[in-house]
Write a protein that binds this ligand. Sequence first.
Ligand code: ADP
Ligand code: MG
Length: 255
Amino acid sequence: MSQIIALTNQKGGVGKTTSAVNLAASLAQLGRRVLLVDLDPQGHASMGSGIDKHELDVSVLDVLLGEAKASEVIARNLPVKFDVLPGNGDLTAAEVELLDSKARQSRLSSALNEVRANYDVVLIDCPPSLNMLTVNALTAADGVLIPLQCEFYALEGLSTLLDTVEQIKENINPALSVSGILRTMYDKRTSLTREVDKQLRDFFGDALLKTTIPRNIKVAEAPSHGLPVTQYARFSRGSQAYRVLAKELIRRLTL
Ligand code: ADP
Ligand code: MG
């Protein structure tokens, strides 16, 4: 059975999308069948996987609204080695369009049931807010992967996020758990990093992943080529780090 992992943090710019794309690519390179779901209206995960978000006839929004099946919208045979359920700016309408629909939290979950048997891992790139799209991701997910930057405000907002996870777990999705806390754009040389590291270890214990993703220019450049860094610059530090992360998650979650 496939595992569905939502990359979530309501803070923007912490490396959710970058990690979703590069983890998808690294897991695929290690032989896993991967689907990446782009649930952010910014459509950056789609773009970073070689899909032009402006050219979509149908998107994950149509799937959420029950107007298309996931299997009809999934993009296959891309330059990347995984499949993508693409999203774009149309998703901004999701909140309103889902307002008076039934079971609006579990739209994604139901839709993924149709296709999840074809994959070992489904990664969901969430928008930078705790809205109905994120609730759909958390309702569909088995695990939550939380990327964060080791900065002074890293922990701010995390308790709100963890409360949301807890609420979804209690009310809709009892199987949901935190798969890991991922430190991105990591620079271990600074004393601030060491201080935040300690706080994270004290707070999360075992959930803090061992692998950290360094700040690396190749990681930032790759999306402009519509490729994961693992294909754009496979020997870069960023690429290596995402490979190590994929291996850690495979062991940890038996993917
Ligand atoms: P989010 O999805 O959480 O908003 P992104 O993945 O879009 O965050 O990352 C925010 C910005 O930081 C992007 O411009 C991205 O290219 C850059 N970035 C992310 N991870 C790294 C990294 N390891 N090294 C360098 N730049 C990075
Ligand atoms: Mg993003």
